[in-house]
Design a protein. Structure first.
Length: 565
């Protein structure tokens, strides 16, 4: 299917296509609405964790005039906190608006993907592929709601890089395109080195078009793009120059050991789990097949072969070369990362999903046109079927996963059904924050997985920090709490451990630890310490949590070493 003439606007071409295809229009409208409802429904059922709460806390601090180059205690990430700060300024600070930030970033990526697809394949392929990413695959619709502080920003920046590279490569680019290319490449680099997924194939494609003299590189436009690149990446330079470019060394601690651990083992993980998850055929977490059958693995292998054949066909006919370069390079770049052995939530493949979806939709539409004898309605019929199939896979996968899956066996305050929904589903940490304020406790030590949640959800009324020094992400919080004469300590009630662990996703909810295999400080130990040092204390209860309020200052540097932590 040949892309239509660019004399008309993309909106006009899209409208003309849909006016003669009411069935496709109905499927598209349904997908848009369901995609939005699925996301809002997930935000009202899924709880945030400490890593996500840190993004919210950073956004709150940004609104108070603070600047951070990176995610707290890291040398990368954190740019989504600035987008969250804008959303907080408009709609207030809450777990819901924190999740709304990622919904808006996903919507932006959908709009840019449409323009990329429209340029490569025309309508309705571009529009349907973009809407398909809005509803498929399931992890990026229902689970990745609160984000991790940078990957949605990197995706948006990467897609803008591709769009501007295509425009420049086709001879349509002007100075604004070079400006956008440099700025988004710079912001992407500031956010994460994973922008290389887009910069490497984008750079190769653009240089090839320039060598072929199909694109121009005016010195003024190039200088503007380089200046924009420096401006977008300026926070990275601001941090790295005085820190001897530690971002280039990656994460300070070595990656955790993995079975096999080598490059080829990572590549096998990509083929066995990651690619099927991105195609919506495996579920996150367990990796179970969405449609289990003895034939499913074989059918998936056939599908992968067909997709590879389609990429070869596109390359042989000189079409969509940028897309072919990206898809071809992605598995090998993916396997080169040390942490990509962790496939369970598909976080490292978020950049692949929209562009692989574009490949799938283009194959379905053009293949359908061949099968249906080049009928005028063939692309629209096949596009509607592709969109319906993606939405169906998402709905089937989501029904057995959190946050959708009902939890009827828990106590009343944690029991959920299909109809349970709340603008703030973080029941336990929110109730704990309210209780602390009621008891006039505004400073406390806790575990890593609880402290930042409570601090964020309290909206500044309570300041909580992990007790273990190796888990502190923002030292000013810890220092302020340590300076308080009556800082409390938050523990988990052993009798209600299961209830708290279900919501938090971990049993490491006592001070001094962050993983279940570490030794935590327990209630009898702090009681023993207080009694041995003649310090009186109060015990308060909030759901499954016990708050110990000493009458004098008890610091982690005193008590944790005493108990060998």
């Amino acid at each position: 299917m040949r892309a239509p003439s660019r004399r008309s606007t993309p909106w006009a071409r899209l409208a003309a296509c849909w006016r003669v295809n009411p069935g496709l229009t109905a499927v598209v409208v349904l997908a848009l609405l369901l995609g939005l409802l699925l996301r809002l429904y997930a935000l009202g059922r899924g709880t945030i964790n400490a890593d996500e709460a840190v993004v919210g806390l950073m956004a709150q601090q940004i609104l108070h005039g603070h600047f951070f180059a990176f995610y707290w205690a890291q040398n990368y990430g954190g740019t989504e906190a600035y987008a969250a700060a804008v959303v907080f300024a408009l709609f207030g600070s809450s777990a819901f608006t924190l999740g709304l930030t990622t919904v808006l970033l996903c919507a932006a990526s959908v709009a840019i993907l449409w323009r990329i697809g429209n340029r490569l394949f025309g309508s309705p392929v571009g529009a349907v592929a973009a809407i398909a990413f809005w509803v498929w695959p399931e992890p990026y619709v229902t689970y990745y709601g609160h984000g991790d502080g940078f990957r949605w920003i990197v995706l948006v920046c990467g897609l803008v890089v591709f769009l501007t590279v295509l425009r420049i490569g086709d001879g349509d680019g002007g100075r604004l395109d070079w400006l956008a290319l440099g700025l988004t490449a710079g912001v992407g680099w500031w956010s994460s080195p994973e922008i290389a997924y887009f910069l490497a194939p984008g750079g190769v494609y653009l240089m090839a078009r320039i060598v072929q003299r199909r694109a121009k590189m005016p010195p003024g436009s190039l200088a503007l793009g380089i200046a924009a690149l420096g401006l977008g990446s300026l926070p990275w330079w601001w941090h790295d120059i005085p820190h001897h470019f530690d971002s280039l060394a990656g994460i300070p601690q070595p990656p955790p050991p993995t079975p096999g651990g080598a490059y080829w083992w990572h590549l096998g993980i990509f083929d066995r789990y990651v690619l099927p998850i991105v195609l919506g055929l495996r579920t996150r977490g367990s990796g179970a097949w969405v449609v289990p059958s003895r034939l499913t693995p074989h059918l998936v292998n056939v599908l992968i072969v067909v997709l590879l054949a389609w990429l070869v066909y596109l390359a042989a006919h000189g079409r969509a070369w940028l897309l072919v370069l990206f898809i071809g390079a992605f598995p090998f770049l993916y396997a080169a990362q040390p942490f990509t052995w962790y496939w369970h939530d598909a976080r490292y493949a978020i950049f692949l999903a929209p562009l692989l979806g574009l490949v799938v939709v283009s194959l379905v539409c053009e293949g359908g046109m061949w099968a249906l004898g080049y009928a005028q309605s063939a692309p629209a019929i096949m596009a509607a079927l592709a969109l319906a199939a993606g939405l169906g896979l998402t709905l089937v996968a989501a029904r057995g996963e959190q946050p959708y899956k009902p939890r009827p066996a828990l106590p009343a305050f944690e029991r959920t059904s299909w109809l349970s929904w709340h603008s703030n589903p973080n029941n336990l940490p929110t109730a704990l924050a309210d209780s602390l304020v009621r008891w006039n406790v505004h400073y406390a030590f806790s575990s890593y997985w609880l402290g930042y949640d409570v601090g964020f959800l309290s909206d500044g009324r309570v300041m909580v920090s992990p007790a273990g020094p190796e888990f502190i992400r923002y030292p000013p919080y810890y220092q302020a709490i340590a300076a308080s004469p009556t800082a409390a300590w938050i523990f988990m009630d052993p009798a209600l451990e299961r209830d708290a662990a279900v919501e938090a996703g971990t049993t490491a909810l006592d001070p001094g630890c962050a993983t279940p295999d570490q030794q935590c400080l327990l209630i009898p130990e702090i009681v023993q310490w207080c009694e041995a040092h003649h310090i009186s204390y109060l015990l308060r209860y909030s759901g499954p949590y016990v708050v110990v309020i000493p009458s004098e200052r008890v610091l982690p540097t005193q008590i944790l070493p005493y108990f060998g932590m």
